[in-house]
Design a protein around this ligand. Structure first.
Ligand SMILES: Nc1ncnc2c1ncn2[C@@H]1O[C@H](COP(=O)(O)OP(=O)(O)OP(=O)(O)O)[C@@H](O)[C@H]1O
Ligand SMILES: [Mg+2]
Length: 381
């Protein structure tokens, strides 16, 4: 199984994100204990370093609580579900699938808060026969109880980010984790350089019918509650400066972006029009999805499931609709997908110097790709 993970169709930033997810999960879960030792206001620090000289090497180090002895066996076994699946640890695969995708050999060195040893485990995919991870040797080293970290080192990596990809990686990671960065919880450094999220400036202009009138701020809060624990909140706004690359929505789940980072903003055509329209270049926003399931993708392409495929339903203007029936084609162990259709009105009808009302239909039913591609069900080798 581990060997096939190399062939997953990961985007490099979502693969790297698996390690950041784990750090965020550990930090939030053990925050009180960590703050007791380090003081209030402790930030999660994640350092990502790439050495592109051959053989290329990538390391991700965090100051979260480490992997505890009691978690060890589960942590390294593929698809062993974590006990609490409500956070960013959900499928028991992230670290293994991302590491195997990146490299034939990788090492995890971790020190759990309160334990007296650090542990190092080394994976060499070619030498793991029949996924017999019980055979893996753990090296222990005495270390002081208060130390806490995890470092993953990927060696001789297959997917070496160079040139433009490095810039893209940084941009995507910043966008994906902007919520945690903004809240002051996370500080990520990439080859030593902090990732800083800059909020796009919001357009201020009069309504087009009152060109000499006062400026309005073209931003609207979104709040939909569908009942049954499902809701969407966030905002829609217009950018002060048009950008083909950076406009569009970002979809969040559990605090991190699942679609719409970097220059891949979520831009359904019926809302955004074509690339040379003002809407396409100005409209942006954040949609935080609460309570929605995302299910395993079966094909490794990050194919849309879960929040997807509304079978021929009407999209009516003005009122939010919610359809809660299993997504067509769900099978195996995937949970039934929720489907939602949201229709709302945002301002616009934008020109360079003014804006006006325009009803925009937006629904959450068009394909939403969920990039945690490891939700491929790989049984056997
Ligand atoms: N940086 C880390 N700090 C603390 N614990 C970690 C870290 N990385 C991994 N772990 C532990 O290892 C386990 C396995 O991680 P892995 O990413 O493979 O799966 P998961 O996080 O449980 O689920 P998902 O597939 O959603 O990522 C985690 O549940 C956690 O207990
Ligand atoms: Mg994980």
């Amino acid at each position: 199984m581990l060997a096939v993970l190399r062939h997953l169709n990961y985007r490099p930033w979502f693969a790297l994100g698996e390690f950041v997810d784990n750090a965020v999960q550990s930090f939030t879960k053990h925050r009180a204990a960590l703050e007791k030792i380090e003081g209030k206001g402790l930030k999660l620090r994640v350092d990502i370093d790439i050495d592109t000289a051959s053989p290329a090497r990538l390391s991700i180090r965090d100051n979260a609580a480490g992997i505890f002895e009691s978690e060890y066996a589960r942590a390294f076994r593929p698809a062993a579900l974590p006990p609490d699946r409500t956070g960013l640890a959900e499928f028991g695969m992230g670290m293994k699938s991302a590491a195997c995708w990146f490299a034939p050999q990788w090492t995890v060195r971790t020190k759990a808060l309160g334990e007296n040893v650090s542990r190092t485990i080394h994976f060499d995919i070619d030498n793991i026969i029949d996924d017999d991870i019980e055979e893996l040797k753990i090296r222990e080293k005495t270390e002081k109880a208060n130390a806490h970290y995890t470092e993953v080192i990927l060696e001789d990596i297959f997917h070496v980010p160079v040139g433009r990809t490095v810039a893209k990686l940084k941009e995507h990671l910043t966008d994906i984790y902007r919520g945690f960065i903004r809240d002051g919880l996370l500080e990520t450094r990439f080859n030593g350089e902090p990732l800083v999220y800059r909020e796009p400036k919001v357009f201020k202009a009069p309504h087009y019918k009152e060109k000499s009138g006062a400026d309005r701020v073209w931003r609207k809060t979104i709040e939909f509650d569908f009942g049954e624990g499902l809701s969407v909140h966030g905002f829609a706004a217009l950018r002060e400066t048009a950008s083909v690359a950076k406009a569009g929505f970002s979809l969040f789940r559990r605090g991190r972006v699942i679609q719409g980072s970097g220059d891949e903003g979520y831009r359904p055509a019926y809302v955004f029009g074509n690339p040379n329209s003002y809407r396409y270049q100005r409209l942006f926003g954040e949609l935080h999805l609460e309570g929605f399931e995302v299910s395993h993708t079966k094909d490794g392409n990050g194919a849309p499931r879960g929040l997807a495929h509304l079978p021929g339903s009407p999209v009516r203007q003005g009122t939010p609709h919610f359809y809660n029936s299993p997504a067509a084609g769900e099978r195996g162990h995937s949970p039934p997908g929720h489907m939602a259709c949201v229709v709302f009105k945002v301002s616009t009808g934008v020109t360079e110097s003014s804006a006006g009302d325009l009803t925009v239909r937006f629904d959450l039913t068009s394909p939403i790709r969920y990039h945690k591609c490891h939700k491929v069900s790989c049984r056997g080798r």
